[in-house]
Design a protein around this ligand. Structure first.
Ligand code: RB5
Length: 149
């Protein structure tokens, strides 16, 4: 499994914690930045990770900003991306099982490092259940097609 990771300045510290966790678990990843706490714009990093995942080069993405909101909104503008903003493990698991989310987004100012790691693990360990959920995912793709003509 190859993971694309990115953040803005508001998510930099939490990104470092998550990267350390991925290293400890021998999970392959690429850090798309940002690389310090200087002020940057979250859409730039949401876009970089979303494109890396949408291209198929990376299996999943992890995005972090102050709240997880802005960076997930930006990522969800890329066709094929289903970025789930999660603040609890139940949602993180459901994001994988039901929504086949290919990116999870976290907020450093919302979620502490311990819970954030549990959320990441719940998401990465989840498996899309298919079945009735498949048709719903397809309907999301239809919405994309309708507005990308
Ligand atoms: C940056 O201050 C902050 O707005 C950003 O990290 C994020 O929370 C936006 O949704």
């Amino acid at each position: 499994m190859k993971i694309a990771v990115g953040c803005d300045h508001g998510g930099f510290s939490l990104k470092q914690v998550i990267i350390e966790h991925l290293k400890n678990k021998n999970i392959q990843f690429k850090d798309f930045g940002t690389f310090d706490t200087s002020s940057v714009d979250y859409p730039d990093y949401g876009l970089a990770v979303a494109e890396a995942v949408a291209s198929g080069e990376y299996d999943k993405g992890i995005l972090i900003c102050g709240t997880g909101i802005g960076i997930s909104i930006a990522a969800n503008k890329v066709p094929g991306i289903r970025a789930a903003h999660c603040t609890d493990t139940f949602s993180a698991n459901a994001a994988g099982e039901h929504n086949n989310a290919n990116i999870i987004a976290l907020g450093e100012r919302i979620t502490g490092p311990g819970l954030a790691i549990d959320i990441v693990d719940a998401y990465l360990n989840s498996k899309f259940q298919g079945g009735r959920h498949e048709g719903r995912i397809n309907k999301i793709s239809e919405i994309e097609k309708k507005y990308n003509k």
